[in-house]
Design a protein around this ligand. Structure first.
Ligand code: MLZ
Length: 441
């Protein structure tokens, strides 16, 4: 049966007429923790619940609340975080209204922002570790600022100690529970709707939830959640959170990963060095073609390289006798030329650069893919499972990239390069590739 806190929450929603006993779904205990369970069969695209705007928690609502006047100008997530923390920590009667919702919120999730140092050591060498550390650094800086500018000067509104951990808690709640891709909404917590869990096997994102008018004669808005698939009574209602997030993003935001291969990604950072003698010309060319001085390329397991990566790499590596291509008369065609191997030297450099970057990244993990695969089957905690999935996934992507450039290395002598293409275009190369000489008359 349901924990008392959840029963109280459900009663509150009934008392407030957000739901009735006939509601198609209600909170229930599921393998993820809490979830929404169908009380009867629910059809595909059937509305599961509707939550009126007065129950939404977003920055507009906070601006109209008791702390509104001190939240003016804050980032939306900071306002909502302050609101949640205050509702959580306050002990006066004013806290009664949101109490039952606050009480069902978890103290933590499996998001890497909640991991101990020991748990984080399992993702040593990964990009997820550095992302996690920089996100925590960001939250800390925001906390220190809001503490100095908002919390400390307003002791009457915040008559309790607020710590960085409280702030990380609120951040984690928002990252995992808020809906962020709604029309006109930056991020919004929708009590009850936020109990919905994610399913990897649901691959349609559209129409699962939306904001709409509460009715023909009402100017109010409601949040409406539909089930993307048919659900039998007693089963959990699930949605797809986000088809575009990588496993690293899923782990950071929600504290889970998928085994779907193309959720595994690695982000390569390439750049035109400021000390490059051709920096200005290269930057101009890069920018005309939609790339920057520092450019990120997300590489996905089982997918081809991003289309702009090879031209960008060739541009970065361009030098020596190839640098004539940077002259302004070529400006309109330079990117086209870089879509294909430009010169043997240039192609060789990009292979070496990428392969050695892959190998050095691969050497910073503590385990091999084989060791990871062995651990996967065992009886391990959910966090360790995430850690293993992430580090194995990154390594697989790195190996894939290395493999691609290893093949390119083997083709170096067979490629046709710019000079040959140009001669051929000018009709100076015969069928067998021999240069045709004119006999002097
Ligand atoms: N990623 C989507 C869904 C989030 C659902 C959160 N948990 C209930 C979004 O940001 O809207």
């Amino acid at each position: 049966s349901l924990p008392p806190s959840v029963q109280t929450f459900w009663k509150w929603l009934n008392d407030e007429k957000v739901v009735s006993s006939k509601s198609p779904a209600k909170p229930g205990m599921v393998k993820e923790g809490l979830g929404l369970v169908a009380q009867r069969d629910i059809g595909r695209n059937e509305v599961v619940l509707e939550v009126p705007k007065k129950f939404w928690i977003n920055s507009d609502m906070v601006l109209g609340s008791e702390i509104g006047r001190v939240c003016d100008g804050l980032k939306p997530w900071i306002s909502v975080a302050l609101f949640l923390i205050r509702e959580k920590l306050r002990e006066d009667e004013g806290g009664a209204y949101w109490r039952s919702y606050i009480d069902i919120l978890p103290e933590f999730t499996d998001s890497t922002i909640f991991w101990s140092e020991e748990e984080l050591s399992e993702i040593e060498g990964t990009q997820l570790l550095s992302t996690t550390l920089s996100v925590k650094e960001y939250v800390k800086n925001e906390f220190l600022q809001v503490q100095e500018q908002v919390i400390s000067p307003n002791k009457r509104l915040f008559p309790f100690e607020i710590t960085l951990d409280d702030f990380i808690w609120a951040f984690g709640i928002l990252r995992s529970r808020a809906f962020s891709r709604l029309r006109g909404q930056n991020l919004v917590l929708i009590p009850l709707a936020d109990l919905i869990n994610h399913s990897a096997s649901i691959t349609t994102e559209d129409y699962a939830y939306e904001i709409k008018g509460a009715g023909l004669f009402s100017r109010d808005q409601i949040f409406s959640l539909r089930s993307p698939i048919y659900v039998k009574a007693g089963q959990q209602v699930l949605i797809q959170y986000d088809l575009n997030k990588s496993n690293a993003e899923l782990a950071l935001d929600y504290g889970f990963i998928e085994s779907t291969p193309d959720r595994n990604t690695y982000t390569l950072t390439l750049q035109i060095s400021e000390s490059d003698p051709y920096f200005d010309d290269k930057l101009d060319i890069a920018e005309t073609n939609g790339t920057k001085a520092v450019q990120y390329f997300d590489i996905t397991l089982g997918r081809p390289l991003p289309p702009k990566m090879l031209p960008y790499l060739r541009l970065v590596a361009l030098g020596g006798t190839d640098s004539f291509l940077l002259e302004s008369i070529f400006r309109n065609s330079v990117w086209d030329h870089l879509e294909l191997p430009f010169s043997r030297d240039n192609e060789e450099v990009i292979c070496q650069v990428v392969r050695s970057a892959c190998q050095s990244a691969l050497s910073s993990y503590r385990t091999t893919i084989e060791e990871d695969e062995k651990l996967k089957g065992g009886n391990i905690s959910s966090r360790l499972e995430i850690a293993i999935g992430i580090r194995a996934g990154e390594k697989k992507v790195l190996q894939q990239i290395d493999e691609v450039f290893k093949e390119k290395e083997m083709e170096l002598d067979e490629n046709e390069y710019y000079q040959e293409r140009r001669l051929r275009d000018l009709g100076l190369v015969g069928e067998q590739g021999d240069i045709i000489f004119w006999e002097p008359k």
